[in-house]
Design a protein around this ligand. Structure first.
Ligand SMILES: [Zn+2]
Length: 565
């Protein structure tokens, strides 16, 4: 098998382009593979430079065993082969999301006051109604929470206030959580229970916001929320119930991922046991690169477990994001210049010394380092720490991961290339969050989510939705990368546009590279895992503004259909 594959590679090298009809060569197999599945009559964009386009492929034991023309691959059909006539539909490799918080229990069990998956404008009245219904089933004094709020997706075109949430209840503390994770909105009862009044001073790294009359408006930012979240009661679950909820949440979000065509997702920590239980019961539909933090990371370091440990379904990847600065969407990332029209330069949340020590410790343990660095100041700090760690403990091919890596400059790109950093940039933001780019302005946006610059420099740029702050739909991400145009029809940083093929590669092969799995997945190539997505339309052929609306017809992982429209 190996020899055959190599001789084919050589042949492909010579054949160079397009459909090379090599499959019919009888010398290829001593006995042809008894294919489990043959997919034919498709427009396959393989993302494999050796054979960029194909019409068909065969799957055996969860892997791709042959890729080529319909005529050639159909020859491999036997009595027991399942067949799929794609009727000229488009097939691409399964999409890879390199940064996702994968919060399934919230999606499944909590009250959602915004749309987690799409741009949808809601009314303040609808938020109040949903939370009122929740309050009616909640004992007085216990929290009533709403999730997935987005302050710029309200039809009312104003911020949610304490007064609005007083309409939900005056007996319960009420909290509406912004999907970005850095701000929350409370009712009067919640603020009273925490003893917050209009004269309460702000805390370092957090604010109690006021209205024009100096009254609390209910919006509380970052670290100021701690004191409020400690009052009141939330439901307590037995260990057994908690485990069940974690399992069901994991199974639920796995279903959502494959519905959008994701076949591999990098999880920012989460319940490792639930993940394994869900897999054991057959409900894990996507593959997981598990990014550890806290206790799990500590035990890896202490017990010598390195990146790459695991199997094709659940594998330890880089660390979870170690945060160096603030948020892009909530406008606190650390920049070398002030936010336009202000003197504010964002929040650095780590000292260089602490960062240096953390990076070196993880790097020495053989674990892929991963830091959340949004602004140019934070990216510089991270690269400085990594360059230092490499000098102290050189390791070939370490691929330091940069989560977000939003605002770059030429010097940073040069240094990223030098250490072969893998940045995971925001993807859906280019479509979803244009309403927030005005805080940065076009000059800065030319250097934000800089896919064009990074690809041109030879950096393996990847896609990181950052769900729940960002929706995770890869097709929405691809549309944004290709058009740099938002839901509101404004465009930002058009110089960073990439082609449809480049955007697909970023969301597939480059994602596999980020977790050292480029030989295992990320393209439709012989020997790789049979992870692919069937699309109702060709993203190259529909208008670029319609890519996000293309239907995911079928998602296949390891040759098994895990989603069907
Ligand atoms: Zn994140």
């Amino acid at each position: 098998m190996n020899n055959d594959r190599h001789s084919r590679r050589d042949f492909m090298g010579l054949a160079a382009a397009g459909f090379a009809g090599v499959m019919a060569n009888p010398w290829r197999w001593a006995s042809p593979p008894d294919a489990d599945l043959v997919v034919f009559n498709a427009k396959v964009y393989t993302m494999d430079p050796a054979l960029p386009r194909a019409e068909a492929f065969a799957v055996k034991d969860g892997r791709l065993v042959a890729v080529g023309t319909t005529a050639d691959i159909r020859a491999l059909i036997t009595k027991r082969t399942q067949t799929f006539d794609a009727k000229q539909m488009t097939i691409v490799p399964g999409f890879v999301d390199c940064h996702n918080h994968a919060g399934g229990t919230t999606l499944l069990y909590e009250t959602l006051v915004g749309n987690p998956f799409e741009v949808e404008f809601v009314t303040i009245a609808s938020i109040v109604e949903k939370l009122k219904a929740k309050a009616q089933q909640t004992p007085a004094g216990m929290w009533v929470d709403g999730y997935f709020h987005d302050d710029t997706k309200l039809k009312d075109k104003r911020l949610l206030t304490r007064r609005d949430l007083d309409l939900v209840s005056t007996e319960h503390p009420v909290c509406v959580h912004h999907r970005g994770g850095h701000t929350s909105f409370y009712n009067t009862k919640a603020l009273e229970m925490a003893g917050i009044t209009k004269v309460t001073p702000d805390v370092p790294g957090g604010t109690y916001d006021k209205d024009a009359n100096g009254e609390l408006n209910g919006r509380v930012t970052d670290r100021a929320r701690g004191v409020i979240d400690r009052v009141g009661a939330r439901p307590q679950y037995s260990a057994e119930d908690r485990a069940r909820r974690e399992r069901d949440g994991m199974a639920h979000i796995s279903k959502q991922f494959v519905r959008y065509g994701l076949t591999s997702v990098h999880h920012e920590s989460g319940d490792l046991q639930a993940l394994q239980d869900v897999r054991a019961r057959g409900d894990l539909r996507h593959r997981v690169s598990y990014e550890p933090s806290g206790r799990v990371l500590e035990s890896m370091i202490n017990d010598g477990i390195m990146t790459g440990f695991g199997d094709e379904w659940i594998k330890f990847g880089a660390t979870s994001e170690h945060t160096v600065d603030g948020s892009f969407s909530e406008r606190t990332l650390a920049m070398s210049t002030p936010y336009p029209g202000t003197t504010y330069k964002g929040n650095v949340t780590e000292t260089q010394e602490t960062l240096d020590a953390w990076v070196e410790r993880v790097h020495r343990a053989g674990i892929q380092v991963n830091c959340h660095a949004n602004g140019d100041v934070a990216i510089d700090m991270y690269l400085t720490a990594f360059e230092r760690a490499q000098k102290a403990a050189p390791r070939a091919d370490a691929r330091p991961k940069i989560t977000h890596c939003t605002l770059i400059n030429d010097d940073l790109v040069r240094r990223m290339k030098a250490v072969n950093a893998v940045p995971a940039l925001f993807t859906t933001y280019a479509y979803y969050n244009t309403d927030k780019f005005v805080f940065y302005g076009e000059d800065l946006m030319k250097r934000c989510m800089a896919f064009r610059t990074l690809l041109d420099a030879g950096v393996w740029a990847t896609a990181g939705s950052d769900f729940s702050p960002g929706p995770f739909a890869p097709l929405m991400g691809i549309q944004g990368m290709v058009t740099r145009k938002g839901w509101d029809n404004t465009t930002w940083g058009l110089n960073q546009r990439v082609s449809v093929d480049e955007a697909i590669r970023i969301n597939t092969l480059n994602g596999a590279y980020a977790s050292f799995e480029e030989k295992l997945k990320g393209s439709i190539s012989e020997g790789k895992l049979a992870d692919f997505v069937v699309l109702g339309d060709d993203p190259h052929a529909v208008g670029a503004d319609k890519i996000k609306d293309i239907q995911v017809v079928r998602t296949v992982v390891g040759g098994t259909t895990v989603y069907q429209a």
